[in-house]
Design a protein around this ligand. Structure first.
Ligand code: BTN
Length: 340
């Protein structure tokens, strides 16, 4: 695991703080004396470190004369646990799996790697997964709240060997990697919301941010960044201006975080290969089957104004199809708000 030694400029986090989280990650009580001895610091330093856990979006209880305990257990990324959830053929197509303790954004990490290491070879995937993002990015310039060791922040970069126009519907398709991974692990009820939100019971469970680089020729490099909430601490949830869901509610304990990362990565790489060989058309029925807004009345803020209607599905190129008072309308971009 790399820790902060990235090509991007993540703000500094004390490495001892990360070591402390590693020791406390089991959710058990650890005495100040033991923690100080293991970390090679004084008890006062341990106390100060515990007080700065908030920098990672974590909280610990101080239990008088007994020690410290995290308010919730966390699970750190582990390469062998991740790899054991991915089949060998898929693993062989991973050019490099970068596991990073903290960084700005996993998408930015991969974009920055283009200048240092060049692009991944055709047909291979460069992957970055982080325990925490200090500047996680969402769609439409929003930030993505990314506390330490609790959720999934994963990005994959690959070469897209066709004209850029053949990418239409790609980001919709990628959200199916999350529904497939959940279904593979027996987690039911995850839906997709156009264009690429993951939903559970009308609350946001995750999202996808797709970016493209080097589109001057017919070859471009695509970066797919996926964020999925596994266990969202209340202090982080408060920073988000919408209702959120987490896979823990569906029965996935945080102890299975690495298994989920590996399963998701396997599903994503498989899906990208399918898309590169075909188009969104072959994913359309699967997407419709998981459409969280089917037959719901919505309002879409588009560049040309507001469209209102009933969601009927998506077209072969990934546009949202609405039944409006004036007939069927296809929306290519915008923000969807549910009215009823
Ligand atoms: C959205 O707004 O719904 C998209 C959120 C995408 C978040 C993920 S987390 C991993 C990757 N790195 C980022 O900075 N953003 C994406």
């Amino acid at each position: 695991m790399t820790s902060g030694d990235t090509t991007s400029s993540a703000s500094e986090i004390n490495p001892r703080l990360i070591s402390l989280v590693g020791l406390l990650s089991d959710g058990m009580v650890h005495s100040g004396v033991d923690l100080a001895a293991t970390l090679g610091v004084s008890r006062t330093t341990v106390h100060k470190l515990v007080r700065s856990l908030g920098e990672l979006g974590l909280e610990a209880f101080s239990l008088r004369s007994r020690g410290y305990r995290l308010s919730k257990p966390v699970k750190l990324l582990n390469e062998s646990e991740i790899r054991s959830a991915i089949d060998m053929a898929t693993q062989l197509s991973v050019e490099k799996l970068h596991l990073v303790s903290w960084l700005d954004s996993t998408n930015d990490y991969l974009i920055d790697s283009l200048s240092g290491h060049g692009p991944p070879d055709p047909g291979r995937f460069r992957v970055c997964v982080a325990d925490m993002q200090t500047r996680g990015r969402g769609r439409r310039g929003r930030s993505w709240v990314s506390p330490f060791g609790q959720n999934v922040y994963l990005s994959v970069m690959f070469e897209f060997p066709h004209e850029i126009t053949r990418l239409s519907g790609f980001s919709l398709a990628t959200s199916l990697a999350v529904t497939r991974a959940c279904e593979k692990l027996g987690l039911q009820g995850v839906g997709v919301k156009w264009p690429n939100d993951l939903m559970f019971q009308d609350r946001k469970l995750g999202g996808v941010l797709t970016e493209i680089r080097g589109e001057s020729t017919s070859i471009s490099h695509v970066i797919v960044g996926i964020g999925v909430n596994l266990q969202m601490p209340p202090e982080s949830a408060r920073l988000i201006n919408q209702n959120v869901a987490a896979l823990q509610e569906l029965g996935l304990p945080i102890s299975r975080r690495n298994e989920f990362v590996g399963t998701l990565l396997g599903c994503l790489i498989m899906l990208i290969k399918e898309f590169v060989a075909g188009s969104f058309e072959s994913f359309r029925m699967e997407w419709q089957g998981r459409n969280a807004l089917l037959d719901r009345r919505v309002e879409v803020q588009t560049l040309r104004g507001i469209a209102q209607g009933i969601v009927k599905g998506v077209s072969d190129n990934g546009s949202l199809v609405l039944q409006t008072v004036t007939g069927e309308v296809s929306v290519t971009q915008g923000e969807v708000h549910v009215l009823a």
